[in-house]
Design a protein around this ligand. Structure first.
Ligand SMILES: [Zn+2]
Length: 506
């Protein structure tokens, strides 16, 4: 059983290149560590999928860690913890354990005390500009010379309100002349006024908060992370964190820094997306104009598409480009296999047909490549040899330029008056071969009695409206369908007389 499962996982993730130093570390433990200040988006998929899939490939553990220790500038919100869990489930990245940093402040404090006590860190009370000016010249500030006992006193003052926001930070001692000035004596803990900036989970309980680098450095070690997947913009962080690991005599995990992701036609900047949301430029985080996973999910994209794209990029350090064109091309392959087909007419127009010799039924396959899935039926009932059908507004031009048209899978009609309202035609013949001989265009249609209203929310959030065949009501909400000759979409809402879909692509 065990071997089978492993082989199965190996098969699924077999296209990922082997991990460096995999055998040195025993069990592979990876983590995905989002800040719950927004939902996940296309910029998050590489870290999430690589971290999850490598853990599975080696039968290791995948951790989810919420990094929510900045209640001031990167303020988390309760709704996003759950939204991120939903995003990961949809991405098929289930996690083995979950951690939330705002539950772990006492652990970070313990390590702060240890680092101050052994002289590896100090409490700096310089003004930020004065400190920056000195450090850029490679000069230490006076606080660096304080002894551990004084630093520990100052730390207690930070904790108990002796310093206000901006008046004191704990800095990690580094090489003061490190070639990258951003690495020099970086800040690890700072005061945030809890009354002004309460935390959504722990309220006003804490006034000293760890910065990203110290909290994630401590957690990666304590949680046993062996491999970190992140963008190469994090390289500086690896240098910073290396000092903490050295002072605490820990071994730094294997860090795999992949290339930058460039987006064409959309932004991957979380702050830009948050601003669009706050200013009402987009309705919510699943607005189709956003590249969030919530929006992609709502529009019916397949998570397999994103996984394939990420596997293709792999963990390599080369930069990659993502555009809607390549996402849509990959997604079309995924959804085309499964989507049932239905007729949707945008801006429909009526056509009255005379001389109809009886009632007709058209049987159209749910999927042209998979007849075993069955067919849907459209019925035309002739009353006094007359029947009305509906055509897409875009096909109205064909009425004027064609003599004979074939209503798909139904019968052929001869156009009588294309300009009348409604336009009129005469029954010509039933069989397809006749239409073919005459070169008659094939045209999509709906019968009078089986129409429901539809609206499609388009990628730019505009609405396309019209009529859809009633058979689509057999599909549950959430189904991905193809609106024939219009595009792929996901059913977002329906009742007895209407259906609303979110559009993905042609
Ligand atoms: Zn200082």
């Amino acid at each position: 059983m065990f071997a089978n499962r492993l082989n199965g996982e190996e098969g699924r993730f077999g296209d990922l290149p082997p991990l460096k130093n995999k055998d040195l570390s025993g069990e592979v433990v990876t983590r995905f560590a989002p800040n719950p200040d927004f939902v996940l988006h296309l910029g998050s998929i590489r870290a999430a999928i690589l971290s999850h899939d490598y853990a599975r490939k080696y039968d290791g553990r995948f951790l989810l860690r919420f990094e929510d220790t900045d209640p001031r500038l990167k303020k988390s919100a309760l709704e996003y913890y759950e939204a991120i869990r939903d995003d990961l489930k949809w991405l098929e990245c289930p996690w083995d354990q979950e951690w939330i940093q705002s539950d772990r402040l006492s652990l970070y404090y313990e390590h702060a005390v240890k680092l101050l006590d052994q002289g590896s860190a100090y409490v700096c009370t310089c003004e930020r500009e004065a400190f920056s000016a000195r450090i850029s010249r490679g000069e230490p500030c006076p606080c660096r010379l304080k002894d551990p006992a004084t630093n520990l006193d100052d730390w207690r003052k930070m904790l108990h309100g002796g310093y206000s926001e901006g008046e004191a930070v704990v800095r990690i001692k580094t090489d003061i002349t490190h070639p990258n000035p951003a690495v020099r004596d970086w800040p690890a803990f700072r005061v945030i006024d809890p009354e002004k900036y309460p935390h959504p989970r722990v309220g006003t309980k804490y006034r000293v908060w760890p910065l990203y680098n110290i909290a994630s450095a401590i957690d990666d070690h304590l949680l046993g992370v062996t491999h970190i997947f992140r963008g190469k913009e994090h390289l500086t962080n690896a240098f910073r964190q290396g000092y903490v690991y050295k002072y605490l005599e820990w071994k730094y995990p294997e860090a795999i820094h992949y290339g930058r992701l460039k987006a064409v036609g959309f932004t991957l900047s979380k702050s830009v997306m948050v601003k669009q949301l706050e200013t009402g430029q987009v309705k919510d985080y699943s607005d189709p104009r956003l590249p969030t996973l919530a929006a992609l999910r709502r529009r019916g994209y397949s998570p397999n598409t994103l996984r394939k794209i990420v596997h293709e990029m792999g963990p390599r350090p080369v930069d990659a480009t993502l555009s809607w064109d390549n996402i849509n091309a990959a997604d079309r392959k995924e959804v085309d296999r499964i989507a049932h087909r239905y007729n949707f007419l945008v801006d429909p127009v009526p056509l009255d047909v005379t001389g109809v010799p009886g009632n007709f039924e058209a049987h159209l396959p749910l999927h042209p490549g998979q007849p075993e899935l069955g067919a849907r039926t459209l019925k035309v009932n002739a009353e006094g040899n007359k029947a009305r059908v509906w055509l897409s507004g875009a096909d109205k031009g064909l009425l004027a330029t064609s003599n004979v048209l074939r209503l798909m899978e139904l019968f052929n009609v001869e156009v009588e008056n294309a300009d009348a309202s409604p336009a009129s035609a005469r029954f010509h013949s039933q069989d397809y071969m006749t239409a073919r001989k005459l070169g008659a265009p094939l045209i999509q249609w709906l019968p009078e009695g089986q129409r429901i209203q539809f609206q499609s929310v388009m990628p730019d959030a505009t609405l396309a409206t019209g009529q859809a065949e009633e058979n689509v009501l057999a599909e549950p909400v959430g189904s991905i369908i193809q609106m024939v000759r219009f595009g792929f979409a996901r059913i977002d809402f329906k009742d007895k007389s209407q259906v609303e879909v979110y559009y993905s692509h042609r």
